[in-house]
Design a protein around this ligand. Structure first.
Ligand code: PMP
Length: 311
């Protein structure tokens, strides 16, 4: 199935009608922000579950706040619009949802103030982001992560993704599946579009939110799950480059990437060079919750279709 509709300028329209001018401010200057949300199809229940919908819109509105974008919608309206669009699309497979907020004026002039703001939303069926989910080979990028005092990584800013695109293309052209990128100071930040965890002494370690990462929803989900379900502590602290080489396990996480085991970094195998036990357990937990197979985590997911109870 393909995308048939979009929420555009206040209503649901056929996707072909959701068009912007080439003069649009956000198209010229990257002055927008966005989200990436996933919905998982549960075949037995014939239900589509959106994962952490409200959390994504909370972050979306924080990105908007940083960019002086004010929308006529709050989190409740954004969630409702998303569910309405998904119902209209009627997808019966895993789906990716893309909300966008952007500066919609058509004049020349780089700024954030005194501009019209707009909101748009579409959804599309989507599978894997990285093919080798159980064994990605990655390299440390020669590019550096955008700095909070230049382009804040904490906000999911459209224009900021040129940094991610440079990192990703360079990695793939160099024969890697993905890259890990360092901060200006030289600490490990994250992947091109995903957060990173390593395991040392049986504990999870992930870069702090002050090391130019996107404050990932999957990242905080895994910190919580590791603690509650596996009794594994997570330490948020700066990570050195060579800690990557001596880690017991390493993995990426994010809405798009889901959870991807890293088995080689800069041509050095991570431990045995095979997917490790902690990432394996976290992946199993994550997918069972996201697909609605865990009664105790139903508050993390939102059903799209009406629930039909057998009588
Ligand atoms: N970092 C970057 C740069 C990203 O683009 C993403 C994907 N949104 C993530 C991390 C992971 O964030 P989340 O788990 O909220 O999707």
């Amino acid at each position: 199935m393909t995308t048939k509709y979009a929420f555009f300028e206040g209503r649901i329209v056929p996707i072909d009608e959701a068009k912007i001018s080439i003069m649009t401010h956000a198209f010229n200057y990257g002055t927008g922000c966005f989200e990436g949300i996933r919905a998982y199809w549960n075949r037995d229940e014939e239900q589509l579950y959106v994962f952490k919908l409200r959390e994504h819109y909370d972050r979306f509105l924080r990105s908007c706040h940083i960019l002086f974008i004010s929308l006529p919608y709050g989190v409740d309206e954004l969630c409702s619009a998303t569910l309405e669009l998904l119902r209209k699309e009627g997808f019966r497979e895993d789906t990716y949802i893309r909300p966008l907020a952007y500066k919609a004026d058509t004049g020349i002039g780089v700024r954030l103030h005194d501009l019209e703001d707009q909101f748009a939303l579409f959804a599309t069926p989507f599978g894997k982001y990285i093919e080798k989910e159980e064994g990605a080979k990655v390299g440390v990028s020669s590019w550096r992560r955008i700095n909070d005092n230049a382009v804040p990584a904490r906000a999911k800013i459209t224009g900021a993704y040129i940094n991610s695109a440079l990192i990703k293309t360079d990695a793939v052209m160099n024969g890697f599946d993905e890259a890990i990128v360092l901060t200006q100071e030289g600490h490990v930040s994250e992947g091109s579009a995903e957060n990173l965890f390593i395991v040392r002494d049986g504990k999870l370690i992930t870069s702090p939110v002050t090391d130019d990462i996107l404050e990932g929803i999957t990242r905080s989900t895994l910190i919580e799950l590791a603690g509650k379900e596996l009794a594994i502590e997570t330490i948020e602290r700066p990570i050195d480059r060579t800690e990557l080489y001596v880690a017991e396990e390493a993995f990426f996480c994010g809405t798009g990437v889901q959870i991807v085991a890293i088995t080689e970094i800069d041509h050095r195998p991570v431990q045995t060079g095979k997917i490790g036990p902690i990432v394996t357990q976290l992946r199993d937990l994550y997918f069972s919750i996201a697909r609605g197979e865990r009664e105790d985590y139903m508050e993390w997911i939102t059903p799209v279709y009406a629930v039909v109870h057998a009588v």
